[in-house]
Write a protein that binds this ligand. Structure first.
Ligand code: NAP
Ligand code: FE
Length: 363
């Protein structure tokens, strides 16, 4: 088997890893732009970053306007802010939204970008340090920035090796007050990354090993996820599991689950991870006839068969959202155009996408 596996992010993990590693921030320059949302001011992440930067004598400014599913307008504003501040580097703290936005801001700060989705991504971007405060997207170890595109009415990604953060700090302590709904949704996103990675045309021995270990860690936390009660060690394990799944998709990309999920998020505001969780069981069921050996490998990694997996996901998701046939036809047509479909190991037609959508969230 011939393959390439690439992972350029230095991962530093453990309790108080930010404070204990101030020296790692020092070489990045003298002026830091902190890109974040609103919660980092309450969960301790911002305070830790301030302390470390002050200790190093580094100047900083905060851009805390990142919304969920960040828009192009927000990252362009952030890019201008970074320029006017004269940032040397970016520290991103938050869930996938601030972490993804930071990558686009790092680009806009250094390159004149008219249309971010068609702009060829040059080498010159601000270097980044990422600190996740949700355990799901794995954005801290990926080269993807997923933004809301109001022109094509979907979420689209920009991707380039230079968008990998240089360092990811993983500390579960920031997630102590993460709401249960966000904890479950983000965990489902991570599960989806690991599973979809195993269904990608780019799946390989390394990505499979990471995906299997990710699923083991994430499902090891299933009782905590069900109960909604988390010790610090549970938070840390969810964070590791999600980062491993991020390392999977950094190399494999995602599949039609993400492609379909984007419409649920764009048109109905369904959180990203929940959208994937709603669709994943029916998608896997449909994969059985197409790539049976891969589905068996996934079940083996999960330690359960598909009905048991569906039940577990269902129990986490709760009552399902319901959509009209017309909406689902539209979502299927949109998903069929998404490049994630080509990333899947077999053909998956628009009609089949529609069927998965109907089984998942049909009336
Ligand atoms: P999110 O949108 O970043 O955060 C969800 C909510 O949780 C926000 O209200 C956020 O508030 C809050 N929050 C975050 N951390 C918290 C904490 N420690 N305590 C309390 N509240 C907290 O959600 P996400 O699921 O992590 O990220 C989703 C985004 O990532 C989507 O745009 C998705 O497309 C993208 N994504 C990217 C990749 C990739 O490879 N790059 C992969 C999958 C998904 P504030 O933001 O105001 O702080
Ligand atoms: Fe995702």
């Amino acid at each position: 088997m011939n393959f390439t596996y690439y992972m350029p992010v230095r991962v530093v993990a453990g309790e108080d890893c930010v404070q204990k590693n101030a020296a790692l921030f020092a070489p990045f320059g003298t002026r830091a732009l902190i890109v974040t949302g609103k919660s980092s001011a309450k969960n301790g992440a911002l305070e830790d970053i301030f302390r470390v930067l002050r200790q190093n004598g580094q100047e900083f400014a905060v851009f805390n306007e990142i919304e969920a599913n960040p828009s192009v307008a927000t990252v362009q504003k952030g890019g201008l802010f970074a320029r006017s501040f004269g940032a040397d580097f970016i520290v991103a703290a938050g869930g996938g939204s601030p972490m993804d936005a930071a990558k686009a801001i790092a680009l806009c700060a250094r390159q004149d970008v008219a249309d971010i989705f068609s702009h060829p991504i040059g080498e010159d971007v601000l270097p980044m340090i990422h600190i996740p405060t949700t355990a799901g997207t794995g954005s801290e170890v990926t080269q993807y920035s997923i933004l809301t595109d109001d022109v094509s009415q979907t979420k689209r990604s920009i991707a380039a090796p230079q968008l990998f953060p240089k360092i990811a700090f993983l500390d579960g302590k920031y997630m102590e007050d993460l709401p249960q709904s966000v904890t479950v949704n983000t965990a489902l996103d991570a599960v989806s990354h690991a599973v979809e990675g195993m269904l990608s045309v780019r799946a390989n021995l390394f990505s499979d090993a990471l995906a299997r270990e990710s699923l083991r860690l994430l499902f090891g936390e299933y009782s905590a996820l069900r109960a909604g009660v988390y010790a610090r060690a549970d938070r840390q394990m969810l964070l590791y599991g999600a980062a491993l799944a991020g390392m999977v998709i950094a190399n494999t990309g995602t599949t039609p689950v993400h492609g379909m999920g984007y419409s649920l998020t764009y048109f109905r505001g369904v959180p990203h991870g929940r959208a994937n969780g709603l669709l994943l069981p029916a998608f896997l069921e449909a994969c059985k006839g197409k790539v049976p050996r891969r589905v068996s490998a996934i079940c083996e990694a999960l330690g359960m068969d598909l009905p048991a997996f569906s039940q577990k996901v269902d129990d986490l998701i709760g009552p399902r959202d319901v959509y009209s046939e017309a909406e689902l036809r539209d979502y299927a047509a949109r998903a069929a155009k998404n490049r994630n479909v080509k990333n899947y190991l077999a053909e998956f037609s628009e009609e089949e996408l529609f069927e998965v959508l109907c089984r998942s969230v049909g009336g």
